[in-house]
Design a binder for this molecule. Structure first.
Ligand SMILES: *[C@@H]1O[C@H](CO)[C@@H](O)[C@H](O)[C@H]1NC(C)=O
Ligand SMILES: *[C@@H]1O[C@H](CO)[C@@H](O)[C@H](O)[C@H]1NC(C)=O
Ligand SMILES: *[C@@H]1O[C@H](CO)[C@@H](O)[C@H](O)[C@H]1NC(C)=O
Ligand SMILES: *[C@@H]1O[C@H](CO)[C@@H](O)[C@H](O)[C@H]1NC(C)=O
Ligand SMILES: *[C@@H]1O[C@H](CO)[C@@H](O)[C@H](O)[C@H]1NC(C)=O
Ligand SMILES: *[C@@H]1O[C@H](CO)[C@@H](O)[C@H](O)[C@H]1NC(C)=O
Ligand SMILES: *[C@@H]1O[C@H](CO)[C@@H](O)[C@H](O)[C@H]1NC(C)=O
Ligand SMILES: *[C@@H]1O[C@H](CO)[C@@H](O)[C@H](O)[C@H]1NC(C)=O
Ligand SMILES: *[C@@H]1O[C@H](CO)[C@@H](O)[C@H](O)[C@H]1NC(C)=O
Ligand SMILES: *[C@@H]1O[C@H](CO)[C@@H](O)[C@H](O)[C@H]1NC(C)=O
Ligand SMILES: *[C@@H]1O[C@H](CO)[C@@H](O)[C@H](O)[C@H]1NC(C)=O
Ligand SMILES: *[C@@H]1O[C@H](CO)[C@@H](O)[C@H](O)[C@H]1NC(C)=O
Length: 688
């Protein structure tokens, strides 16, 4: 072979092997720029992202949450680190990932501001930084020409941006800036987001919408404006949003009449405008909307009759018109709404009785008719038992002074929540209750029910809330009431997955405050028999009710002593035994109740020394007053010679007092705050 040939072979083979080398290295390593960017990004996080390091494997394409494209240069195209418990900030270096299409850092503990460079990633399609602790402003201009999904919800972003959000990012379909601290006007620039289908700005402090916004967003399907500070008349031009499926404007300060534009919102399924100041009557187009499945207008000042036409509203499933000034014969107009599952009309001036035709409403699961001037409880129950799936039934503040029906054949086998309180009903606790074997919540308080508490309460497997207070009940407490399984079995917690009640449950606390609960699991386990004429002892077996939070036996004629076993009520927060005829000593063991925050034994015939330990140091004088032979603690000092006789008592008390005291106070406080927080706080009952 000639040397030129040899030379050629040499050149070819070198080129080939160089190519191979390049190919091999491309197989094992990601793009060096991306690698550098990822390392920079990771250095700002604590702890460093699991499994990410440069020293060993340099193929960042295999790292947790990283995806590369399959081009030769193996560029990083997606970074998905949602819910990875990441702490720290986002460094500028992330902008080095210039081929990035998806960035998902949601559900972490990231904080600080977002680097401005992030909003210049021209290939970015999805940006999800929701549910973190980010703060700062969103830049005035976004340069994200490929973006269609932006979610910055649940952070601390603020400012009133007038930004040109969409001028350089024209493809945004989904924009979620909910639950931040934005204020002022919803960004003007949103008007130019003509591809927008999904807009959530709820849970901020916005006061106004840009003018003409509804003329421009033709494709909008979901609009959430709730829980802001919007006010004034609601804009008629909403009628231009002909693609709208979901509209929520609740919890604002909108006023005036609802616009009669629902005829042009032919796809609207859910409309919520609760807790505003709307007045006037319901627009005809709304009462004849064939697409609506769920309509919530509760807590406004709407008035007039409600002539729903269910021949046209065929899809209506849920109707909440509570706390308004509606009057007349609403109920008759609902008789053909066979698909209704949830109906809430409480706090209106309905007058009359539930019509026979309600037997047609077979799908009903939730019915709230409290405070609607209804009469004829007997016929009401007779009709409603035809709704076999009825699970929540609230009828309080009606039927004044009627007799509670005692027909044992009533059948409510799906009933979980029953409230017929504040009705001044006569009669006794009805035998048909026993058939409600799914019962969890029973409120028959503030009636005139006489007779004894039936012995069969132990048969309820799920009952954890019993309020029979303010009646005229006599006789002893049946032991069955201390055998409620749902108050004994500690791990029989009410599942947090249970569907929301649909209507709030009310409870009046001992100090008159009204609590309301949205979910059954947030209701505190309670036995309230106060203000009756119950005699006999407080059974030691009450101590078995380990899940109980509230035990009120005050204002009765109970005798005997306070059982030591009550110390078994380890989660008890409220214990009221006041105004009875209890005698003997307050058991020292009660000092072990570390969650107890309200306690009263006032006006009994107790004697001896008040326990010194635990929460007992926090209870006021009024918890003990009216017991002339009681002494110690925050009450009157014990006579000196008396204390020496009772030495063991003092000693034990002292050993409990100490570290546990602080723990008890702290724990009691945390629990109370948690319960209040979970339950959605307490609002006073609306007075009409
Ligand atoms: C780097 O990665 C390798 C393998 O992925 C791992 O065995 C090693 O512990 C990592 N080093 C650090 C410091 O995280
Ligand atoms: C981001 O990640 C979270 C958690 O993995 C996930 O629930 C969410 O749907 C993701 N976001 C997007 C837009 O895909
Ligand atoms: C935005 O993120 C929040 C919290 O992660 C989530 O609940 C919400 O559904 C997301 N919004 C959209 C439009 O996907
Ligand atoms: C919307 O876009 C038009 C033209 O595309 C522009 O003139 C206008 O200033 C933009 N409006 C906003 C608020 O950015
Ligand atoms: C309303 O928004 C505030 C924050 O702006 C939030 O704390 C509150 O929980 C929201 N309420 C509801 C009912 O969503
Ligand atoms: C009813 O609406 C008013 C505002 O109109 C609000 O302040 C109040 O909290 C709402 N009440 C309930 C129980 O939602
Ligand atoms: C509704 O309220 C406005 C004030 O917000 C009042 O001017 C108007 O007369 C009211 N309309 C009706 C029908 O009550
Ligand atoms: C209810 O709707 C049906 C069908 O659209 C119509 O024929 C009927 O007249 C309406 N009834 C009332 C009272 O508006
Ligand atoms: C109930 O809803 C179904 C579809 O969801 C519909 O086909 C039917 O006509 C409705 N029935 C009544 C009586 O409204
Ligand atoms: C409803 O209330 C209005 C005004 O308060 C009254 O004029 C009307 O007669 C009432 N209608 C019925 C059926 O009670
Ligand atoms: C009652 O509930 C059951 C179970 O959820 C359901 O299958 C059934 O269709 C409901 N009955 C009616 C009349 O809606
Ligand atoms: C209650 O309603 C039933 C059935 O409609 C009726 O027969 C009965 O007379 C009513 N009772 C009273 C006290 O109005």
């Amino acid at each position: 072979m000639s040397s030129p040939n040899l030379y050629l072979i040499f050149v070819i083979s070198s080129v080939l092997s160089f190519h191979l080398w390049i190919l091999r290295s491309q197989e094992i390593t990601c793009n060096p720029n991306d690698l550098k960017a990822l390392n920079g990004f990771s250095n700002c996080l604590k702890p460093h992202v699991l499994g990410w390091n440069s020293s060993s494997v340099s193929d960042c394409c295999t790292w947790t949450g990283v995806t590369c494209d399959d081009s030769v240069s193996k560029r990083v195209v997606s970074l998905e680190l949602g819910g990875k418990n990441l702490y720290g900030t986002i460094c500028d270096s992330v902008a080095g990932l210039d081929q990035l299409r998806i960035l998902n850092l949601s559900h972490n503990y990231l904080h600080g501001t977002l680097p401005i460079e992030l909003f210049r990633l021209k290939n970015l399609e999805i940006l999800d930084v929701s549910d973190n602790g980010f703060v700062g402003r969103i830049p005035e201009e976004l340069h994200l020409s490929a973006i269609w999904y932006v979610n910055v919800s649940k952070n601390g972003f603020f400012g009133s941006t007038s930004g040109n959000l969409c001028n350089n990012s024209p493809h945004i379909k989904i924009l979620d800036i909910s639950m931040n601290n934005f204020h002022g006007q919803v960004p003007q620039g949103v008007r130019n987001c003509t591809s927008l289908q999904y807009l959530r700005v709820n849970g901020n402090n916005f006061r106004s919408l840009p003018k003409g916004i509804f003329h421009l967003l033709q494709d909008l399907k979901v609009l959430h404006l709730q829980n802001n500070s919007f006010s004034g008349q609601f804009d008629h031009s909403i009628g231009h949003l002909s693609s709208l499926v979901e509209l929520d404007i609740s919890s604002n300060s909108f006023s005036g009449v609802l616009p009669d534009v629902f005829g042009s919102l032919g796809k609207l399924e859910k409309f919520s405008a609760g807790s505003n100041n709307f007045n006037g009557t319901l627009p005809l187009s709304l009462l004849n909307s064939p697409s609506i499945t769920s309509l919530d207008l509760h807590n406004n000042s709407l008035s007039g009759p409600v002539n729903l036409n269910c021949s046209t509203m065929v899809h209506l499933k849920s109707l909440c018109l509570g706390s308004n000034n509606f009057n007349g014969s609403i109920l008759q107009s609902l008789s053909s709404c066979k698909n209704l599952t949830m109906l809430s009309l409480d706090h209106n001036n309905l007058d009359g009785q539930v019509p026979e035709s309600f037997k047609n409403l077979k799908a009903l699961t939730v019915l709230s008719l409290s405070r609607t001037n209804l009469v004829n409880l007997s016929s009401t129950l007779n009709i409603l038992q035809h709704s076999k799936n009825l699970s929540v039934l609230l009828l309080s503040e009606n039927f004044q002074e009627e007799e509670i029906p005692s027909d044992p054949s009533f059948q409510f086998e799906s009933l979980r929540v029953l409230s017929i309180a504040y009705c001044e009903l006569k009669g006794s606790i009805p035998p048909w209750l026993l058939g409600c074997n799914q019962l969890q919540f029973l409120d028959l308080s503030r009636n005139h029910l006489a007779g004894t508490i039936p012995t069969w309460f132990y048969e309820f497997k799920h009952l954890f809330y019993v309020d029979l207070s303010n009646n005229s009940i006599t006789g002893e407490i049946p032991k069955g009431l201390t055998q409620l399984r749902a108050l004994i079995v500690i791990d029989m917690k009410i599942s947090m997955d249970e569907p929301s009640l649909g209507v709030p449950l009310f409870r009046t606390g001992i100090d008159g405050a009204t609590f309301h609960y949205k979910d059954i699991w947030s209701v505190p386990p309670t036995l309230d028999l106060s203000y009756n004429m119950i005699t006999g002892p407080v059974w030691p077996s009450f101590g078995d009710l380990r899940r109980l939070h509230v035990l009120n036996l005050n204002e009765n004629w109970l005798t005997g002593s306070i059982p030591e076993s009550l110390s078994g009520l380890t989660t008890l927060e409220v214990l009221d035994l006041s105004h009875n005829k209890l005698s003997g000593k307050i058991p020292i063991s009660l000092a072990e109740l570390s969650f107890l925050s309200k306690f009263s034994v006032a006006y009994n015939e107790l004697n001896g020394e008040i326990p010194m330990g635990g929460q007992f140091m926090t209870f006021p004088y009024s918890s003990f007053e009216g017991n002339s032979e009681l002494c110690g603690g925050t009450y009157v000092p014990c006579p000196v010679q008396h204390a020496t006789i009772d030495e063991p008592t003092g000693d034990e008390g002292m050993t409990v007092f100490g570290p546990q005291f602080g723990y008890g106070v702290a724990a009691g406080f945390v629990l109370t705050v948690t319960v209040c927080f979970m339950s959605g706080w307490a609002l006073p009952r609306k007075n009409i």
